[in-house]
Design a protein around this ligand. Structure first.
Ligand code: PLP
Ligand code: COI
Length: 338
């Protein structure tokens, strides 16, 4: 197994590395058994477990950041805990208690502290909580047993360019139906999006950009991140839709754009036909951080935002990552120490 000392932290990319310690908790006989950090990255399940056939599986993604003084901090983990509950409820799963979720994140990061990348490398420890239906049954019904786990793994930039703008491709596939599961972080949403992501990457784009499934006229989001744009009047705009993932990075940037950068902010419809009116565009998310978009390809139309990072995108990036890495003052409670 790779050890932390073997890693070239500034060039680790976004891949899985087993750190050997995970958090594990089981739900049986109508209750959650006490969870704990274990020295294993494996579990054993029945072949008839719900997750394998009927897909009761949800997850979260957040990061731990190493500050200059060596301390380790999270970013708004209680919002991940809340969204985890909402995702669980959408799939009729038994939620993991939110305060236990946050405690478990602290515990598993502490246990894997040597894997939190050094300050100044731009790398972070990605934290992946997940919940699956483990009960064995052949009839279609919600599982009566569940497994809650958290693994962690050190990561660098998700999109190859990092802060270098890259191209996105408007796909003809749909990610989520109007009253479907788009707002929940279900594993199935990601399985459904693989084909569009692969098509986009094969054509040389960073990721697929989805339009709304009902009318195919409005930008929804990318495969792994929400979308934002900056108008010529310096307004921060981002799609409002019940079928996109309610991104924690998006909610944080809406606040920072308004209160720290003094921009007007608006969540609204963004029509693909009007996307050329934006002067900057980007993808935002935990893995994506802020990834500027240089071009959007829509059928035979190319919407061009230019090869350089726009000034407002850069300011938003500096403010967000400055807060996450302890270089800039954070709103109360945003960056709890582990
Ligand atoms: N949209 C999708 C489909 C995602 O997978 C993610 C990543 O979590 C996001 C948006 C961004 O959400 P967040 O900022 O909470 O990570
Ligand atoms: C995240 O940003 O945390 C995600 O879940 C996206 C994932 C596809 C890596």
């Amino acid at each position: 197994m790779t050890q932390p000392k073997d890693l070239d932290w500034a060039n680790i990319g976004f891949g899985y590395r087993d750190t050997g310690k995970t958090y594990q908790a089981f739900y049986k006989d109508g209750q959650w058994e006490p969870g704990k950090v274990v020295e294993s990255s494996e579990i054993t399940l029945s072949v008839a477990a719900n997750v394998f056939h009927y897909g009761q599986a949800i997850f979260e993604g957040l990061k731990a950041y190493r500050w200059k003084d060596g301390s380790i901090h999270l970013f708004r983990p209680e919002l991940n805990a809340q969204r985890f509950t909402e995702s669980a409820e959408r799939l009729l799963m038994v939620p993991f208690p939110e305060d236990e979720f946050v405690k478990a994140v602290h515990e598993v990061v502490k246990a894997n502290a040597e894997w939190v990348p050094p300050y100044g490398t731009n790398a972070t420890l990605y934290i992946r909580p997940f919940l699956i239906g483990t009960g064995a049954s052949v009839g279609l019904s919600p599982s009566e047993e569940y497994f809650f786990g958290i693994y962690v793994t050190p990561v660098g930039a998700y999109f190859k360019g990092g802060m270098e703008p890259t191209k996105f491709y408007v796909t003809e596939y749909d990610r989520a139906a109007p009253h479907g599961t788009g707002a929940a972080k279900t594993a199935a949403n990601y399985a459904a999006s693989l084909i569009a992501g692969q098509e986009a990457k094969a054509k040389g784009y960073s990721d697929a950009l989805y339009l709304d499934a009902a009318t195919h006229t409005k930008i929804e989001e990318a495969g792994a991140a929400n979308f934002f744009g900056i108008t010529k009047d310096k307004q921060f705009v981002t799609p409002k839709s019940p079928s996109i993932l309610p991104s924690i990075t998006k909610r944080s940037l809406l606040y920072l754009a308004e209160h720290h950068l003094n921009l007007d902010v608006i969540e609204t419809d963004i029509f693909i036909d009007e996307a050329d009116q934006l002067v900057e565009a980007g993808a935002m998310g935990t893995a994506a951080v802020i990834s500027p978009i240089s071009q959007i390809q829509y059928g035979d139309r190319t919407i061009d935002y230019g090869p350089n990072v726009g000034p407002i995108t850069k300011e938003l990036y500096d403010e967000l990552t400055g807060i996450q890495f302890g270089e800039r003052p954070a709103p109360e409670g945003w960056v709890p120490e582990v």
